[in-house]
Design a binder for this molecule. Structure first.
Ligand code: ADQ
Length: 469
């Protein structure tokens, strides 16, 4: 079996104590690395005045971790600037929030070129190379320019927007061309795959060989949906374990006979957190009988606080929360509980299980793993109800949820009410429909499907030159 080389912006080295909560990508790749020897290459998360051109190597089990430091300028331009301030908003259809700067874009290309230089020296001829996410779109072009002829796949974790939307971003033409230097491009949904293929076809004189395959300059790229999944049985087991964590115990104790509605998201404007709080307020106004009988717990760990739009979101959430709790709270009942810490997986699983309603209402989301985790954590005999945004990739698979438009607060409020009143027979029927899908397409399906498809690609044509800096 060929060696697997994974490249991602951040690398998750297993915690030596075996504790700690592994991130989504680490969990996803654990299975793939179990079956193959591997190399995982990426940014260490650290900044150094004079970073080495060679990665720092650490071996753990059958995986070799290769970590690069960045300069403060690299971090600012590549990561906070172009990736998170220009690309992220456009990919999530928030053109108005996108801040493009030529310096940031040059930094993004520069870091990709530096990474490619260091990585090319580590790649062996038979390796399968799997690159992850929007920080690293130009990596294949840079590797090709250095003569790397391996099969290289890319998985895009966030939405790929319609051609008219991505076209607003300066540099997007380079990125579209760069993406065709991959042999296989995986996206979360059929909608994303269609958007990306149309983008390439509209921008260049490319041809569509089959439903999935685009040919540009004699090189072919397969663009296909591979909906990312979770470790379903791991989550089921975690949800069954008794509650020992303080947050879980306090939540159970403070709830009494009240119903719990839960939201769990990184603090990000794509997740629709203030909009969701306002929909909950609408629910309280329309259902006065529910006052004092329902608590909404929102868990939202801070992220990317160095990016101004995130600091501003944090203020908006605090103001919205304070206003709603002030206007509707009563002695002994706070309508919205808000916490910003990260919690271990079994604590989240325990909270999902006691929540009657899982509120997952992003304005846009590539997939949204919380939706899947909420479903997997439910009690099969008495499951809660998922309220899910039509703009989360997960909505393509989870038709058993109450699907809503997050821009319509009345619709979201009505779905909350419907979820709280739904009888057990309907809840079980909806939950089973969703669990069937989650079990069939779980995390091992995802890694196997992508890697099998990548291994099956035939390298074609000659390498193109990389995007200009
Ligand atoms: P994210 O935007 O981070 O991921 P999501 O898919 O929901 O969004 O994943 C978040 C993960 O973080 C979940 O596994 C969740 O359990 C965990 N998490 C959230 N809050 C936590 C907390 N307080 N403590 C501990 N863990 C917490 C991006 C894309 C998504 C896509 C994923 C994977 O934006 O659309 O689904 O990548 O491809």
């Amino acid at each position: 079996m060929p060696r697997l080389v994974v490249v991602s912006n951040r690398v998750a080295i297993p915690d030596p104590t075996g504790k700690g909560s592994a991130g989504g990508l680490a969990v996803a790749l654990r299975e793939a690395f179990q079956a193959r020897d591997g190399l995982w290459f990426g940014w260490s998360g650290k900044v150094a005045a004079n970073p080495s051109a060679e990665p720092k190597m650490t071996d753990k089990g059958n995986v070799r971790y290769a970590l690069m430091d960045l300069t403060a300028t690299d971090r600012q331009e590549y990561y906070s600037g172009f990736a998170n301030r220009a690309l992220w908003p456009v990919m999530h259809y928030r053109i108005g929030l996108s801040e493009f700067s030529r310096a940031d874009y040059a930094g993004y290309l520069r870091v990709n070129r530096t990474f490619a230089g260091a990585l090319a020296r580590l790649i062996r001829p038979d390796d399968l190379v799997w690159v992850h996410d929007y920080h690293l779109i130009p990596l294949a072009s840079e590797l090709r320019a250095l003569g790397v002829a391996n099969r290289i796949g890319y998985f895009h974790h966030i939405p790929w927007p319609a051609p008219e939307v991505i076209g607003t971003l300066p540099g997007s033409q380079d990125l579209l061309r760069a993406i065709t230097d991959y042999d296989l491009v995986g996206v979360q949904t059929e909608r994303d795959a269609d958007n990306l293929r149309r983008g390439i076809l509209q921008e260049f004189e490319a041809t569509q060989r089959t439903a999935d395959v685009i040919v540009l300059d004699g090189r072919q790229t397969r663009v296909k949906g591979f909906p990312i999944a979770i470790d379903v049985s791991g989550f089921e087991q975690a949800a069954r374990r008794p509650a020992t964590h303080r947050l879980l115990q306090q939540t159970v104790a403070s709830l009494g006979s009240r119903s719990l509605i839960i939201g769990v998201d990184r603090l990000d404007y794509s997740k629709g957190i203030p909009e969701r709080m306002e929909a909950f307020e609408r629910f309280l106004i329309s259902n006065p009988g529910q006052r004092g009988r329902v608590t909404y717990l929102q868990i939202a760990p801070t992220s990317r606080s160095e990016v101004p739009e995130y600091a501003s979101l944090s203020r908006t959430v605090s103001e919205t929360l304070g206003r709603i709790n002030g206007a509707h709270g009563e002695p002994g009942w706070v309508p919205i509980h808000y916490v910003t810490s990260a919690y271990p997986r079994n604590v989240l699983a325990g909270l999902y299980r006691i929540a009657r309603v899982g509120l997952v209402t992003p304005m846009r989301d590539g997939m949204n793993l919380v939706a899947k985790e909420y479903v997997a954590a439910q009690d099969p005999e008495d499951p809660g109800v998922l309220v899910l945004s039509k703009f989360a990739g997960a909505a393509e698979q989870l038709g058993g949820a109450l699907i809503v438009n997050p821009n319509d607060k009345v619709e979201v409020a009505e779905a909350m009410s419907q979820a709280l009143h739904m009888d057990r027979v309907e809840r079980i029927a909806r939950w089973r429909r969703m669990m069937d899908v989650l079990r069939r397409y779980d995390i091992s399906w995802w890694t196997d499907a992508f890697l099998k498809e990548l291994a099956g690609q035939r390298r074609s044509g000659k390498a193109r030159s990389p995007a200009p800096v």
